[in-house]
Design a protein around this ligand. Sequence first.
Ligand code: CDP
Length: 253
Amino acid sequence: MGSNKDIDLIEDGKRLDGRDFDELREISIDAGVLKRADGSAYLEWGKNKIMAAVYGPREMHPRHAQETTKAVVRARYNMAAFSVPDRKRPGPDRRSTEISKLVSEALEKVVFTENYPRSVIDVFIEVLQASAGTRCGGLTAASVALADAGIPMSDMVASCASGKIEGEVVLDLGKNEDNYGQADVPVGYIPRSDELCLLQMDGNLTQEEYEKAMEMSIDACKDIHEIQRGALRERYSTELQEEEITKASEGVE
Ligand code: CDP
């Protein structure tokens, strides 16, 4: 969040990329893209490209990290060295540790962890290309990957940010908006229970602006949830079709 206004972010009532204030960047999600993972999802959101892979539930190692009454959801957010314009130094840093923690906590709210005592559900989020909003993209993709792995959950988390640029509340900040804007507020939303499981705020908003931002984000999360559901529908209809084709080619009734 830069406070210096180096560039104009709004021209003739439109944002730099031509979007309206309440418009999301384009989002697409494919479920079940990795053969070796128990569940996976690949997401493109504007220029962001993110892969999520789920392994487990499986026995937690190290054993001292086991929880006797529930599974631990262990998310690891990682940015590829080539994902940003300046090479990202490989390995964990404060930012990725923070994002891993908040994604783990958000997902623990929906996974029925009590079904799997002493287990771990590993969620790997690999950012291949980053352009603002990667924690939201990562959380959104991870939810689809968990569902693809067949992990029992109350719902999928949908996530999206809104914020403020040039005094206007806008949805889903792009890279320049994130760099030169005044506020960025990512949220994770659980549609079925109408609850938030992630809320952060970088910058400042008045109460009125905050309420407007929340309304925009929650509406957008409902749309994102439909895209998540669509990805699963597509995955399983394709799998069923493939089974039919295999059966047909093998002459099985
Ligand atoms: O990605 P997100 O908006 O969730 O997190 P952020 O910390 O607000 O980062 C915003 C953006 O800054 C990222 O999406 C990247 O495009 C960029 N960034 C970067 O260029 N180099 C880094 N080491 C970290 C972030």
